[in-house]
Design a protein around this ligand. Structure first.
Ligand code: ADP
Length: 614
């Protein structure tokens, strides 16, 4: 090494954190480093193969696209060589010295704050290359980029604080990683151990892998094989390899079809959801092949966005091999392919949910947001997706979930609507006065308690021809219910309503006697086009100047003792009656989560208490 060419660099702070995590927290999964490095080599050669289509001059174009692994037990070294893209000096610094991916940064921070390491998530955030330092105390990356002009370089690091870059003359295009193994991890220089690992983790790599000169992997397209010839273990290994995943697949769909287009697909649903664990949006995990040739590892426009959590492979013999990534989105064939696959995936979930509701429940609790996003954004699949929704209701036990199918099967004869109420939690929804009338009539009410639910039901509008109706709104038609207890007469009721309307003025659109109330004296109903409290909160969070005067319809309960008393005192003690009228409205607004400013409420309350105590 000549001193003039040696460059010393320190790692970006995040890399040091990452290395610390990789080396100290991941004891159990050390062997995965091999899969990570093989996968990088494979990705790089895949990219080179695509470059070949557009680039005339590639350095050393005849080098074979193969992965060569060699071991030296005596020297305790392990070497992995590929002839992919290789890296320039700038790329070495950028790719192996900094973390570019913002999701990884966010995740690291998250993990630091919470102090825990979800081991099975590690592969999701591109720890990739750095996993070499789990087993090696020194790593040398020899490389030469694919462009004709370029230089052979070597990156050297002990994985602690930094790295050096030096010249590496005669280096061929691609990357050669030489790892010096830690004293207690010599096993990774044993041929039999490595052979086993390659077979286990990397059997599906699309390039030949040689170990000390002998060919190891089969390069088989599992998705084209017969289901009966594939074991559960093979499926799992395939999922973990293609999906760069560490969890178990929760569900699997393996099918082939000839019409309307030729499709062979092997698709998995994961059991862990990285988006819920603090990552950004996950990238589409379904790769597109044509007759075993990879067309695009992340085809944009093949599947609707909300399906981005699924992983696997779709192969269509009908796709022309030369279809470019740019034109793919406009291809009618690709759109058709996407439509068929999304239908099959939804059907698969529907069947699996029916077959094992408990398993589906735990899956749903982690992945529901994707289905909901689909309902809001994917018009073509909206109806089919609504069958996958689950929720609690006034007829389910707390924590148990049901679907629209269950609701409809339990609905009363002639019930034309599906009733729901949006709220923050089951407890909150159950204690709201809106529920009373529905409970009394044995009408089931769905509890939507996720922040996005309101938007989702509004997008949906109906299910199976039944309108989805929020019971918070006015205009819900309920049949007569034999209510108990004496009531005000019609005349007294009308007079009281007139009095209240006059007192409350513009703050209410109307005051009427209703059929909804059993235990409460009054209830505030929101106009059908009005916002729910959840929506208002969201608007306020987004815009601090957001102001929107709520006008409600007040419904009174003519059987309630307080209402009956009020009917008397409006003539005998009008001053008190006026105070009570205002307080009743505020109480109704509080119960509805709609009271904006409580200052008057509190002082009035104090006055009322003084009066009550004489
Ligand atoms: P990821 O593969 O998830 O991007 P890694 O830490 O494994 O993260 O690798 C970082 C980057 O280093 C890669 O994105 C790639 O640009 C580069 N790299 C790693 N290995 C190779 C290789 N064998 N050939 C070419 N580039 C590589």
């Amino acid at each position: 090494m000549s001193e003039t060419t040696l460059e010393k660099h320190t790692f970006q702070a995040e890399i040091q954190q990452l290395l610390d995590l990789v080396v100290h927290s991941l004891y159990t999964d050390k062997e995965i480093f091999l899969r990570e490095l093989i996968s990088n080599a494979s990705d790089s050669m895949e990219k080179l193969r695509h470059l070949e289509a557009t680039e005339k001059s590639i350095h050393q174009p005849t080098l074979p696209l193969e992965i060569h692994i060699t071991t030296n037990e005596e020297a305790k070294t392990l070497t992995i060589t590929d002839h992919g893209l290789g890296m320039t000096r700038e790329e070495l610094v950028k790719n192996l010295g900094t973390i570019a991916h913002s999701g990884t940064k966010a995740f690291l921070k998250n993990m630091q704050d919470s102090g825990s390491t979800p081991g099975n998530m590690i592969g999701q955030f591109g720890v990739g290359f750095y996993s070499a330092f789990m087993v090696a105390d020194e790593v040398k990356v020899h490389t030469r980029g694919w462009r004709e002009e370029g230089e052979g370089l070597v990156w050297i690091s002990d994985g602690k604080t930094g790295y050096e870059i030096d010249d590496s003359p005669d280096q061929e295009r691609g990357v050669k990683i030489v790892m010096h193994l830690k004293e207690d991890l010599k096993e990774y220089a044993e041929e039999t151990r490595l052979k086993h690992l390659i077979e286990r983790y990397s059997n599906f790599v699309g390039f030949p892998i040689f170990l000390n000169g002998k060919r190891i992997n089969e390069v088989e397209a599992l998705w084209l094989k017969n289901k009966s010839e594939i074991s559960e273990d093979e499926y799992k290994a395939f999922y973990q390899f293609t999906g760069k995943a560490f969890d178990e697949p929760a569900y699997r769909l393996h099918f082939s079809a000839d019409a309307p287009i030729a499709i062979n697909a092997l698709i998995f649903a994961p059991s862990e959801n990285p988006e819920r664990m603090g990552f950004g949006k996950v990238e589409g995990g379904i790769a597109l092949y044509s007759k075993k040739v990879l067309i695009d590892p992340n085809p944009k426009g093949l599947l609707p966005e909300w399906l981005r959590f699924m992983k696997g492979v779709v192969d269509s013999a009908d796709l022309p091999l030369n279809i470019s990534r740019e034109t793919m989105q406009d291809s009618a064939l690709v759109r058709k392919l996407g439509a068929v696959i999304s239908k099959r995936v939804i059907k698969m979930f529907e069947k699996e949910a029916e077959a094992d509701p408990a398993k589906y429940r735990s899956f749903y609790l982690k992945f529901d947001r994707y289905f909901k996003e689909g309902i809001a954004t994917d018009y073509a699949n909206r109806v089919a997706l609504s069958k996958l929704l689950r929720f609690e209701s006034s007829l389910t036990e707390s924590g148990a979930l049901c679907g629209f199918v269950d609701y409809v099967s339990r609905a009363k004869d002639g019930q034309a609507s599906i009733y729901y109420l949006v709220g923050g939690s089951r407890e909150q929804v159950e204690s709201s006065p809106y529920i009373e009338a529905f409970k009394a009539r044995g009408l089931e009410v769905i509890y939507f308690t996720d922040a996005v639910d309101e938007y989702v039901v509004e997008s949906l509008g109906e299910y199976d021809g039944k309108k989805l109706v929020s019971i918070r709104h006015g205009g819900v038609d309920l049949d007569d219910h034999a209510a108990e207890g004496d009531s005000l007469t019609d005349e007294q009721t009308t007079a009281l309503c007139d009095f209240l309307k006059a007192e409350l003025g513009d703050r209410v659109t109307a005051v009427a006697s209703g059929k909804r109330l059993i235990d409460s004296p009054v209830i505030a109903l929101v106009p059908t086009d009005g916002m729910s409290p959840q929506m208002r909160q969201m608007m306020k969070a987004m815009d601090e100047n957001f102001k929107d005067e709520v006008k409600v319809e007040l419904e009174i309960n003519p059987r309630h003792p307080l209402i009956k008393k009020l009917s008397e005192s409006k003539d005998s003690n009008p001053d008190l009656a006026k105070l009570v009228a205002l307080q009743l409205l505020d109480n109704a607004l509080i119960a509805a989560g709609l009271l904006e400013d409580a200052r008057d409420t509190v002082s009035r309350m104090n006055t009322l208490m003084e009066k009550a105590m004489g």
